[in-house]
Write a protein that binds this ligand. Sequence first.
Ligand code: NAI
Length: 803
Amino acid sequence: MNEITEIFDTLEYGPAPESTEPVDSWLDQHGREFSLWIEGAWHDSTDGAGFETENPATGRPLARITQGSEADVDSAVAAARAAFPAWSGLSGHQRARYLYAIARRLQRDSRLFAVLETLDNGKPIREARDIDIPLVARHFYHHAGWAQLIERELPGQVPIGVVGQIIPWNFPLLMLAWKVAPALAAGNTVVLKPAEFTSLTALAFAELTAAIGLPPGVFNVVTGDGRTGSALVEQSDVDKIAFTGSTEVGRIIREVTAGSGKRLSLELGGKSPFLVYDDADLDSVVEGVVDAIWFNQGQVCCAGSRILAQEGIADRLVQKLKARMETLRMGDPLDKAVDLGAIVAPVQLERIRSLVERGREEGAELWQPSWSCPAEGWFYPPTLLTNVDPADTVAQVEIFGPVVALMTFRTPAESVLLANDTRYGLAASIWTESINLALDVAPKIQAGTVWINCTNMFDAASGFGGYRESGFGREGGLEGMWEYVRPAWEADGRRVVDPGAGSSATGTTSQNQGTDGDEVPGVDRTAKLYVGGRQVRPDAPYTIEVRAPDGSLIGEVGRGSRKDIRNAVEAANSALAGWTASTAHNRAQILYFLAENLSARSAELAGRIAVSTGVGSDAAELEVARSIERLFLYAGLADKWDGRVHHTPFRNVTLAMPEPLGAMGVACPDESPLLGFISTVIPPIAMGNAVVAIPSERAPLVATDFYQVLETSDLPGGVINIVTGSRDELAEVLAAHDGVAGVWYFGSIAGGAAVERLSIGNMKRTWTNQAGTRDWYDPEQGEGDEFLRQSTHVKNIWVPYGE
Ligand code: NAI
């Protein structure tokens, strides 16, 4: 008996290395040197520059990679452009067969890909073999399905065109799959820029596409560092950029593409909370932490890098964690029994070291297991930081390494505050045996994915992506498919008409000298602003004269300022909690009642429209009638546009819930002043957002007349705020305001560019009319799902289910 116990105590793992044979022969076949993959063939760079890609576990070079130049990027984009008509012209079924063939081939060659990924990235072979590569194949199978179903599931949509995709090094082939599979399924063609540290699996994948007969030019790879990425972002013939990487680079890309008409999806950093409540099963929690922060050496955008533990169990959890950390195995990533491999590159290792050092300087207590890291290669031990304050660097900054910071909380309410005390919003996991508590907390956390009693679960059927500075757009599932299509009515995806050109204020600004009661036309005769449910005077006593198309003066409105926008944003944010929490039924009732009130004032509003825009009375009456109808539409949709339950292949349900963005800014179109206002302000409201609206600059009196409709409705104060004035000036303030979660802008191309550029502070969602003027009467252009999708983001909540 004693002997057996002794054996269990001392039993050492024998080495269990995976063979590198298939990779060695593949690398040798290429002379350990790679050019670019353009138009279905290897393509030498124009300037021949290159660099070594290294094995992080040894620091030794694996192969030489090309540094793609601007001219190379141009060639790749030209190849993708040339391939686009034929590829997008295939039927969904034909594309499905290509994607299916890719998936099959990936499975067949899975050993090559797994070993190559491990050698190039440093991740344990167990992860590459059992997680990365199977998920890659799953993505292509799943998206073969979307290709097949596209006409049925995304009716009226067409592919965007040539897509530039830039991916990071932490899951090289998986990030490729997340981007390439939906893009190809939807009929786009692709130029991919892999991360400079880990290009090899993308190059092997390129060869695979040729092997299955993918038409040349549909998928192209240009390797290189950030300069190559930047050239791709700036290339004028690219229709969309999809990026995964740091928030810092995401911000640059947002700025560079502003006003270009390129679509953008960004999957950025995170500092995801891992919440442990006092009734949680601590043994499961410990294994959860292992998966949350030591999976892939913590180089995971959604890593649970902040453990928030309820006070009663925190000490016990720390003890259990330390015991478990002691048993983790770090070493040669090719060893099948290794838990932790190497850090991708010296620069990342240095970043981890310096951030941990900073944490210690700020007072954190550091704990690492007693064993030491391998001497060769770039390794960093699993690390637990305690005595961390929520404001400390290590609690706020993405470390992107195997380092977790542990903090405590007392109550569930406090846990939510701490969880949301971050600029990011990628993921969260919640550990409790109480389903009530878990489902109470899940909707309160600002994050795109919430895992209940599990963590780092991924699947092609579930959308993945961020809130706040973790970016926008989703990858995976139906949500992800929307990122690669556009409405068919948008001509060729480029702007035809500049909607805002020449539509500046018709009146002149004057300073109102009068005070109440003076005979000088005073503030009292000027339509006020509508903020927090009340008509208020603008902060500064400026007004704008409003003139009819024939030049006659028809009234004055307040000229809203920066301060007025700030007040309106504050009002919107105060109204938000109540409005978001109200039931969809309740929101629908309020919208129906608004429609009823509008109907009661039809004649008055039609008169105002006629005078303001010069249209005949029939047209004006039609605009009111359509506005009432549109209110009914969104009242109807308020409780019908709901989520999904995704079929992810685990024992869980994955609830895809559309959630409101928050306080939104809406710069309404000039044309159709009432219908344009209703069409752009009501969908966000129906979805539970609060809005600060800048009404038509040309015909603002239509919106100010609408105050009375609002005042006689049950709409809570602050849900709709209206600030009249210079559209572009005010929109810029909204775009730069960190209290605003999203901005819609239906003005000029230049104004839209400014909104996009200024949105980078908190990486807010923007929707500008890149496609040109909409016909607000046309149901395809003026209403529908697109407006609801732009009002919401999807949170996927993974809930354990079944045996
Ligand atoms: P990065 O954001 O610089 O790199 C990601 C990709 O963007 C790479 O392919 C890179 O070549 C490319 N790139 C760099 N500059 C570019 C530019 N100006 N225009 C277009 N493309 C550009 O990330 P990096 O430097 O590798 O890692 C730094 C930190 O970023 C990490 O420590 C981590 O905190 C974070 N990160 C987050 C990732 C995530 O998945 N959320 C992935 C990678 C890094």
